[in-house]
Design a protein around this ligand. Sequence first.
Ligand code: AMP
Length: 308
Amino acid sequence: MGIVVVGSVAYDTVDTASGHRDNALGGAATYFSIAARFFAPVSIVGVVGEDFQPEHERMLVDRRIDIRAMERHPGKTFHWHGRYHEDMNKRDTVSLALNVFEGFNPTLTPDQQRCDYLFLANISPELQYRVASQVTAPKLVAADTMDFWIQNARPQLTRLLERLDILTVNDEEARMLSGEHNLVKAGRAILQMGPKILLVKRGEYGVLQFSKDGMFAVPAYPLEEVVDPTGAGDSFAGGMMGFLARQGRLNESILRTAVVYGTVMASYTVENFSMDRLLELTWEEIDYRYRAFIELTDSHSNRWNSPS
Ligand code: AMP
């Protein structure tokens, strides 16, 4: 069951308490694909510039990520510079250069138009809608967005929300979108806007899921050191969608497991700069941390009920 992702493929400059990286491979679609490909075939709809390194293209192809619809345009690749606060849940965008991303008009190949799973990473809701309209009969459409679009493209975002199965936002975005400070009220209000499922990403505090079946909360996997949180949200989405695509169907139990796999993928991403940790990751490590996570959060396992 294939996944199509549309979004940024980027070079990032990042400052965190652990150090600095210049022009490292980044982008929402890139993080998403590298996480999702462990679970299901992925293909990217995106655009890069003439400066996009052949080694990065090779890396994607070697990982069986389909980049046939990743266009190369004259000019430079999208560039983002982010600086994290001591509290890594907070970051500032120092600069952002859209470069070839400006004027990007995504066109899906016939294969991509027939995909079952579609992830619309953080780009303008207008473009997200245009991509969603090209897919003929998707089983599941999920999207991410950000404060800028909530403030500046509300009508386009509202139109998109109505056709979403899953929306992922962070807690501040959930508050901004709903006008509610309390996250439970915010979650309920956003479900009224269209998406069947809402996933609120709360950084080191984990993820809060809202659906018609109620709420589900997972903590982030506790780590001794977070090196670079960039891409945590996108690799979370990659793991979560990847698992859903592998299952090929959706119910509350599958969704909850998907959210845990997403959490596991995000926990690996933040262990190093850029995609360094994801690129050396093995399926055994994913499985190991999934089990560790279940044990971490299991309060009523028979193991703890030894007769006294
Ligand atoms: P995340 O940390 O999951 O929010 O994702 C960070 C990635 O998103 C970085 O690799 C950036 O290149 C990319 N990014 C940052 N700002 C934007 C934007 N406005 N549009 C598209 N991609 C962005």
